[in-house]
Design a binder for this molecule. Sequence first.
Ligand SMILES: [Zn+2]
Ligand SMILES: [Zn+2]
Length: 434
Amino acid sequence: MAEPVYGTMQIKVLGGAGEYGRTSVLITNEKGRFLFDCGTNKSGATTEEQYPLLSEEIAASIDAVFISHSHEDHCSALGYLYALGYDGPVYCTNHTARQIPYYLENWRKNCEEKGYQLPYSRDDERKINIKELEGITGIIDFLDLGVKIQWGSSGHIYGAVWYILFLGGKKIFFSGDYHMESPLFSFLKPDVTNVDVAILDTAYGLDERDQQEYTSLLFNKINTTIKNDGSVFLPVPKYGRGQELLLLALNYFSRDILRPLIVVEASILLPLQNYIKDISWLKSGIATTISSALNEENIVVVTNQTEREKALKRDRPKLIFSPDGMLQSTVANAYLQELKDDSKNLILLTGYQSKHSLGQQLLEKNPYQVQIDVSRFKVHPGFRETRKIIGFVDPKTIIVMHNKKEENDQVAQFLKEQHQLKVFSLMSGDAIRI
Ligand SMILES: [Zn+2]
Ligand SMILES: [Zn+2]
């Protein structure tokens, strides 16, 4: 029997290449058309800058959508996709499905506060047809299309996955946001090799530093402030980094008699109760640590402004955890107001700050007494992990994503020169054919 003849495949980046935000990648061949992630970009001010480069024609022609995780730069444009005429399924893990409504709402609120027109309605959001994937890994067959998709936990947040698409004799690896060094979430090594294309999160570029190095820098800053009788505020995203840092903080200060009072918003603590219901997504042994954290006496859990003020009046240095990571929420602003007039206090930003966020504004110009500082906590791969994942999937072609063009160019150049790999550092809107 003759070998089947396969046509070319097109991979078009609709968002998230050469920029941080609105990740979305469209893969097309004669068998079908598939969209990976559909996120928004907080740094954008217009529909063209905030959403993936979709059109009615593209939206109507997509067969299935796969979402890697719930962060808004990966899923918050789903309402827009349906508004443009998409009416098919959206695949994601059961845990991601639980988290998506929060990020859709968060994006909506953010736009309304800034006066941005939403190019979709609540009705469009209600049309989102989610099909849940169960388990940390699995494979499903689209029998009528002759297409398979495999997923595996990517270690970035609870329920986050990478995907491998088997399409027309080709294998495409889409890493989503991934991380091999989380103290909390497990990363599952993809067991498929010789992939045709690997679409990779390279958010930290050529940075080789590991999590341990960053964590010790971060906790030195926290500790110095606490020992000087100041309080530290850690604004964190609702899912992921917040729970990781909380567990690390409890461990760091566990034997310290001068330990700070830990003030944590319920929205950050409560996801931990869900995490221990399905521990397959966690690092082994961590469930015990979570259980003891949930019963920890040194934590004050806060749900409203009265409790917040009461907790902050306690005459001890505090370590505060609250959403969101860019200081955008009303709650984060409430803490800022309480801490802003004392130069002993510190607001410590641990992740990416978008162009118009309050976090970024304070970094550029801080009108208050409180200190503002940045200390990275890794939730994306550094360059060592980039090399590792390339070793796992052994790709013929690589597309680097989730970072500014200049840094993606550096990664691409290094991989080409040192490892003789075929690498594309694209801009959103660019496409390759294989
Ligand atoms: Zn993410
Ligand atoms: Zn992301």
